[in-house]
Design a protein around this ligand. Structure first.
Ligand code: G6Q
Length: 554
C-alpha cells in the first residue's frame, strides 16, 4: 500500500484531544438547562441557516469552546487536506487502491476531475445522458414491452448499496412519482420477497433493473435469474432485452447473464456501493420520478458539497455533526445515535444511514494497520416520529443510557392535511424540549394534586413520573422535502461520515466485513447442496447444517 498523503494520527494522542479531555471534565456534569442559563447567546452561535436548512445544535452537551477545540483537532489532523484528497480523486480507499468520487457524480460537467490521467466528467455526463434518454423513452411510451404495452412497473433487483439508497430516495419522493408508474425493490435472497411481487405483476408491463456493481452478488443474481425465468414463462427469450436492463461496472458478467450491452448502464470502481445512488444505480429513481427531479437531487447534493468544502468549521453543518458525534461517542461513551425523521416519506432514511455510516466507520484497524485503542463507528438506528414515540422513546426519556438524537423535519408538507402536519410538527418540537427539560418532582406533584390524588398516593407514584431530562438532541428543519433538499440531506450525512472516519483514522470506504459474509455463505451453500458437511466447522455450526439438512430431507 502507498503511504497516505494524509496524516495518520491516533486522534487521542493529539494536543487538541488532550484539551478536549480536560474540557470534557469541566462540562460533563453541567445540565443543558444550565448551559442555556450561562450563555445568553447560546442559540445564536449554535444554530444557523444554510441554504434551505435550519440547524439547531444548541440542545447538546457542548459549548462554543467544545466546537473550537474540535476545530483545532481537525486542523491538527489535516482535515482540509483530506477533504481536498477526497474531492480531487486521490486514492484514499487504500485497501482497495481506489479513489472515492461520489462527489464527481454531482459535479458540474465543465469542472474536470482527473483519475489516472483521465478526465472522468465526460464519462459521467455520458451515463447521465443515457439514463435521461432511456427514461424519456419509457415515459413517452417509446420503449414498449413485448406486447407493445407501455412499461408501468419498475422492479429494481439489488442489495446493500445497490438497493438501500434508491429505495430510500424513491420512497422519500413519492409525491414526485410519474403518474401511472409503480416501482418496487427486491433485495432479499429469501423468495418470500420476490414471490408475492411476481404473482401480482404483469410481465408485459414490467421492467427489471438488475443493479449490481460486481454482477456476482449471490442474492441479486439469484433474484435476477428467478425474475428472468418467470418472464420467459410468459414471453420469449428474444423479449428479454425489452424487459431487463443492467446497472454494473462488470461488462463481462452482464453479457454472460444475457443482457445486451446496449441495455447496460455503467458506473466505475471509484463509486462505492453505499455512495452510488447518484450514479446509474439511481436508474430506478430516474425511471420513477423523471430525470429532471433526479438532476435536482444531484444539484442539492452538489450545493451541500460546496458548503462542506467552503464553510469554516464552526459554520460547517456536516463537520459540526461529525464533531458532535465524536464528542458523544468518545467522551460521553454513548455508543448509539438515533435518527428520528418526523416525516413518513423518510421511513427508510435511518435504514439507509445505518449502512452508509456503520459500513463506513465500523472499523477497528487504523490507517496504519494497527488496532485502534478508542471507540469508532456509532450504532445508527431510528424510525419516523411520531411512531417511535409510541415505541422506544420511553428508553430515550427515562432509560439509563444517553442517546443523542437527530430530529429531522420538513416545515411544508406535500399534502393539504394541515391539521395532521401541525400535529406532527408540534410533536417534533415538543419532544426535543421535553428531552432537554424533563419534568421535575414539583411539577409532577402539582399535576397529581390536581388529579385529586392523596399525599400517600403521590409519594408512591412520584419517582416513576419524574423525568431527569438533560437528553441531547440536534434538530434539522428544512422547507420542503423536495428532490434538492433530499439531495442536500443525504450529502450532509455522507460528509459527516467522512469527517468522523477521518478523525477516527480509519478507512471509511472499504467493507471487508461484507466480503467475508459473501465468502462464508457460499462455502456452506455447497455443503448444503452436496450434503457433505465439513468437519472443519465448529460443532455448533456442523450441527446447525445437519439440522437444516434433516428438515429439508423430511
Ligand atoms: C456497499 C457494499 C455493499 C454492496 C452490496 C451489493 O458499499 O459494498 O452493500 O453494495 O454487497 O454489491 P453489488 O452491487 O456488487 O451487488
Amino acid at each position: 500500500m502507498q503511504p497516505s498523503s494524509i496524516n495518520n494520527y491516533d486522534p487521542t494522542q493529539t494536543k487538541s484531544w488532550k484539551e478536549l479531555d480536560q474540557h470534557f471534565n469541566e462540562i460533563k456534569d453541567q445540565s443543558l438547562i444550565d448551559l442555556f442559563k450561562e450563555e445568553p447567546n447560546r442559540l445564536s452561535h449554535l444554530s444557523f441557516d444554510e441554504g434551505n436548512f435550519y440547524f439547531d445544535f444548541s440542545k447538546n452537551h457542548l459549548t462554543k469552546k467544545t466546537l473550537s477545540l474540535f476545530a483545532s483537532l481537525a486542523n491538527e489532523m489535516g482535515l482540509s487536506e483530506a477533504k481536498k484528497a477526497l474531492f480531487q480523486g486521490q486514492k484514499i480507499n487504500k485497501t482497495e487502491d481506489r479513489a472515492v468520487l461520489h462527489t464527481a457524480l454531482r459535479n458540474p460537467a465543465d469542472k474536470p476531475i482527473i483519475v489516472e490521467g483521465e478526465n472522468i466528467m465526460p464519462l459521467v455526463s455520458e451515463e447521465l445522458r443515457k439514463m435521461k434518454d432511456f427514461s424519456i423513452k419509457l415515459h413517452q411510451g417509446k420503449h414498449l414491452g413485448y406486447t407493445s404495452k407501455k412499461i408501468l412497473n419498475i422492479v429494481n433487483i439489488g442489495i446493500g448499496g445497490s438497493d438501500l439508497g434508491p429505495n430510500m430516495v424513491c420512497e422519500a419522493l413519492k409525491p414526485y412519482w410519474i403518474k401511472g408508474m409503480n416501482t418496487y425493490f427486491i433485495s432479499n435472497v429469501d423468495a418470500s420477497h420476490i414471490d408475492p411481487l411476481l404473482q401480482k405483476l404483469d410481465p408485459a408491463t414490467t421492467l427489471f433493473i438488475i443493479a449490481s456493481k460486481t454482477f456476482t452478488t449471490q442474492e441479486t443474481m439469484t433474484n435476477a435469474r428467478t425474475a428472468r425465468n418467470w418472464f420467459i414463462e410468459h414471453a420469449s427469450v428474444q423479449d428479454v432485452k425489452k424487459h431487463f436492463v443492467a446497472v454494473s461496472t462488470n461488462e463481462e458478467k452482464v453479457r454472460e447473464f444475457g443482457i445486451d450491452l446496449q441495455n447496460m448502464f455503467k458506473f466505475w470502481d471509484w463509486v462505492g456501493g453505499r455512495y452510488s445512488l447518484w450514479s446509474s444505480i439511481g436508474l430506478s429513481i430516474v425511471c420513477t420520478v423523471g430525470y429532471d427531479n433526479f438532476s435536482k437531487l444531484l444539484k442539492g447534493a452538489q450545493e451541500m458539497d460546496d458548503h462542506f468544502m467552503q464553510a469554516p468549521f464552526e459554520m460547517n453543518a456536516p463537520t459540526l455533526m461529525a464533531f458532535i458525534g465524536v464528542w458523544y461517542n468518545n467522551f460521553f461513551k454513548t455508543q448509539t445515535q438515533a435518527i428520528l425523521p418526523y416525516d413518513q416519506r423518510l421511513a427508510y432514511f435511518s435504514k439507509y444511514l445505518q449502512q452508509a455510516d456503520m459500513e463506513s466507520n465500523g472499523k477497528s484497524t487504523d490507517r496504519k494497520g494497527h488496532q485502534v485503542k478508542y471507540e469508532t463507528g456509532q450504532i445508527i438506528w431510528g424510525e419516523p416520529g411520531t411512531n417511535g414515540q409510541h415505541a422506544f422513546y420511553q428508553l430515550i426519556h427515562q432509560g439509563t443510557k444517553m442517546i443523542p438524537c437527530d430530529f429531522i423535519a420538513a416545515a411544508l408538507p406535500a399534502h393539504d392535511k394541515i391539521d395532521h402536519h401541525d400535529k406532527l410538527m408540534a410533536n417534533f418540537i415538543a419532544q426535543t424540549e421535553a428531552l432537554m427539560k424533563g419534568k421535575d418532582a414539583s411539577s409532577v406533584k402539582s399535576e397529581l394534586e390536581q388529579q385529586g390524588m392523596s399525599p400517600e398516593e403521590i409519594t408512591a407514584l412520584l419517582p416513576f413520573k419524574v423525568f431527569d431530562g438533560n437528553r441531547p438532541t440536534s434538530t434539522l428543519l428544512m422547507g420542503k422535502l423536495s428532490p434538492e433538499n433530499l439531495g442536500g440531506l443525504i450529502a450532509l450525512y455522507e460528509h459527516k461520515i467522512f469527517v468522523q472516519g477521518f478523525i477516527w483514522n480509519v478507512f471509511s470506504f472499504d467493507q471487508w466485513g461484507v466480503e467475508l459474509g459473501k465468502q462464508l455463505a457460499s462455502n456452506i451453500l455447497s455443503e448444503i447442496k452436496t450434503g457433505d458437511v465439513h468437519e472443519s466447522h465448529d460443532s455448533s455450526t456442523q450441527k446447525m447444517i445437519r439440522k437444516y439438512l434433516s428438515h429439508k430431507g423430511s
